[in-house]
Design a protein around this ligand. Structure first.
Ligand SMILES: [Zn+2]
Length: 380
């Protein structure tokens, strides 16, 4: 049985469901992976299932009924047993010892959005720090006796948002036994968590989604055109939130920008200033995800071109609207070392991911592609 609000992640669902069915629920769980892989969606569905009064059980799998009192409360995040702790905006630190009303309201709105859609933003606008006052409040809540049957689930969104002193205060929370309570942390930056915190959790890695799962989800959730959804999925690095952002951002504009960049790189000797300007335009936003998307878009486009070079049918082409330009490119550069081009682009994605400055990576990569393709043309 699959949790209806979670996209894919069958293995992780099985692990979580089995521990509920078998009554062996850990005190602390760390879901490690991007929000767009489904960490928050999984945490929320876990909380619902654990608290449901009439869960649907089928062998080792379990799902919430969706209609009992507990499920109804959970749907609007008005459940006394379920809470989400998420970062607060930085700024003035005065009065940081108490939770301001605007923060409490903001966190409540955030939680309600997440209850409706586990792939909604997990941070308030400008929020980047979980404050120690939030951990104190959590401790206070956990020390109260429960008012409703079930299990208390406290979800800490983006646990890496704790600074060292907050993390140390939180460590005490983890060390203290709380009956019928599970703390679930989500993080996309496990490397930033204290080892002492990680070692107290059952760590579950939530992997990137595969492209077809994302494509299906985009089509069914957003009523998107399948070929656009497919391109967005391929650009998203397995992250459905990123894929959705690309769709609303118009994936074709990213792809067309990528093709223009390649064209500029393949121009005559005087292309350098134009290429630098084009690279700057893409990297100027300092948006690493966008630069990665541009590289991946180019990778997909070149794979399509190679499919034509190799004599494949045009039915296998992903960029269906690009058939003519692809055919022209394929006939001009049939002798090129496409593998070398793929490798250059894959390396670029890895480098940007590892925080090498995108302008350097993009410029170097485009120069590499220039060499690869222009060499081939002289050989023809
Ligand atoms: Zn229920």
């Amino acid at each position: 049985m699959k949790w209806s609000s979670v996209i894919g992640q069958d293995t992780v669902q099985e692990i979580l469901q089995r521990c509920i069915v078998q009554g062996r629920i850990p005190q602390a769980i760390l879901l490690s992976g991007n929000d767009g892989f489904g960490t928050m969606a999984l945490a929320i569905e876990f909380a619902r299932t654990v608290n449901c009064y009439q869960p649907l059980i089928d062998g080792p799998s379990i799902a919430p009924c969706g209609s009992c009192q507990s499920c109804t409360q959970a749907r609007t995040m008005q459940h006394p047993n379920i809470s989400i702790v998420s970062a607060l905006p930085t700024g003035k630190l005065e009065g940081a010892d108490e939770l301001r009303k605007e923060w409490i309201d903001g966190l409540y709105d955030l939680a309600r959005e997440l209850a409706l859609n586990g792939y909604a933003p997990t941070r308030m606008e400008n929020a980047n720090e979980i404050r120690i006052v939030q951990i104190r409040e959590l401790n206070r809540q956990l020390s109260l006796s429960m008012t409703q049957r079930g299990r208390r689930i406290a979800i800490i969104a983006n646990a890496e948002d704790m600074n060292v002193s907050t993390a140390n205060a939180f460590l005490k929370t983890l060390e203290e036994p709380h009956g019928d309570t599970t703390i679930i942390m989500t993080t996309s930056r496990r490397d930033r968590l204290l080892q002492t915190i990680i070692s107290r959790c059952q760590v579950i890695t939530v992997p990137a989604l595969d492209e077809s799962t994302i494509t299906d989800a985009l089509v069914s959730r957003g009523n998107h055109d399948r070929s656009e959804a497919q391109i967005a999925a391929s650009l998203s690095q397995g992250d459905v939130i990123t894929a959705e952002a690309f769709l609303s951002d118009d994936v074709r504009s990213i792809r067309d920008g990528a093709i223009d960049l390649l064209r500029t790189a393949l121009r005559g000797k005087e292309m350098r200033p134009a290429l630098t300007a084009a690279v700057h335009e893409i990297t100027g936003t300092r948006d690493r995800a966008r630069c990665i998307a541009v590289c991946n878009a180019l990778l997909l486009w070149l794979r399509d071109a190679y499919a034509l070079v190799a004599g494949g049918s045009s039915a296998r082409i992903l960029n269906v609207d690009q058939q003519e330009p692809l055919e022209r490119f394929a006939s001009s550069f049939a002798a090129a070392d496409f593998d070398a081009a793929y490798q250059a682009l894959e390396r670029a994605v890895r480098d940007i991911d590892r925080f090498v400055p995108p302008p350097i990576v993009m410029l170097t990569t485009m120069m590499e592609l220039r060499t690869t393709f222009l060499q081939a043309r002289t050989r023809v």
